[in-house]
Ligand binder design. Sequence first.
Ligand code: HEM
Length: 410
Amino acid sequence: MNELVEAAKAAPLFNPLSPEFIRDPYPFYQQLRDNDPMHVTPFGSVLASRHAEASLVLRDKRFGKDFVDRSIRRYGPEIMQEPVFRSMSHWMLQQDPPDHTRLRGLVVKAFTARRVEDMRPRIQQIVDRTLDEVIPHGRMDLIEDFAFKLPVTVICDMLGIPEEHREAFYRSSREGGRLLDPVPLSKAEIAEGNAGNAVSTAYFQHLFELRRKHPGDDLTTQLLQAEEDGAKLSHEELTANIILLFGAGHETTVNLIGNGLLALHRNPDQLALLKARPELITNAIEEFLRYDSSVQLTGRVALEDIEDLGGRRIPKGEAVLCLLGSANRDPAVYPDAPEQLDITRANVKPLSFGGGIHHCLGAQLARIEAEVAIGTLLRRLPELKLDDPDNPEWRPTFVLRGLKRLPAHW
Ligand code: HEM
């Protein structure tokens, strides 16, 4: 395993955990697109860095997740004894049809555009309360004191997690991002993943007891009813998918808000434009997603031999990693200065929420959360300035791209 990590470090084109890459992956992406758009990593996966191949792979039925076989190929059969891997193997995110269709079908109605739009007043209330608390202080960390509270509170509401249980969860929910990175995990990282999984599993069993006794109008109650119906959902699937729903929207949405605010403040003309024309916020959020996506990569496995994908043969079982952040800046799709932030850009269709059957379930929710958070911040604190926009501190993960902190004052 360690030789693989060393090999990744030496690879010049794709070294995703190096400090340079974490700070600014975009020059590396450009090199990949220009010189080796279907680059083979030291782990034998193919990196699709152009929009054409990345978006095709996400939508093509010849590709799937194949999670268990892929994990066994990478780590050996004993990996499926690790509780965190067993849990992940039940996530809808890691399933292929027909199980994927069944699991997603159980929750999809809670995330429709209409249901999510109905949540806007509650989202506004959370943002306003957060700002009421911090405004008198004259300064805050936009990540911990502002962006972080919103998605975690919203998903706690949706899952029916009682207010008095939330504090402990708030602190634990931003760990585990390394599990997604495309570099093999060390034993210590797997152990850490198991520990986090054990804490979440124990809590959710407690919540299940509570909701069995006192059903509510929430997703947990809904899924418990599906489990009782028998064929629809096993207990392991129930627990794993509640953990997925709880985790999937946190750091991703925090990072959309954080990366968006950083991009705006580094482009003062765009910041001034959005303050002057707040109605541009919806398009601005799409542009933030495109410009610096909070999810940089997602993968698929070839379910059959594929003779030609971007000039390369992909044998059955090979993984193709779709570089969403690179596809979002591909000049073939965005011919007009793709490296620049332009909140008025027309036809922005970022790949940041993926595509095909796994297209992000929470996409519309995340958009509205970011719209309300950034729109309200600009309205209520127009004089806010970042302490140090030129030297932001990034979190050390690659797939989930976001800031550790973003101190600001007014
Ligand atoms: C799937 C990104 C917010 C729940 C995905 C995928 C991406 C993504 C790229 C697809 C992965 C793949 O195809 O392999 C994002 C980003 C977000 C965000 C960038 C915020 C900016 C949310 C929120 C929730 C959520 C708020 C829920 C509360 C999910 C779920 C899936 C998913 C359950 C799996 C869907 C499936 O497999 O059918 N997300 N996400 N996400 N997302 Fe999100």
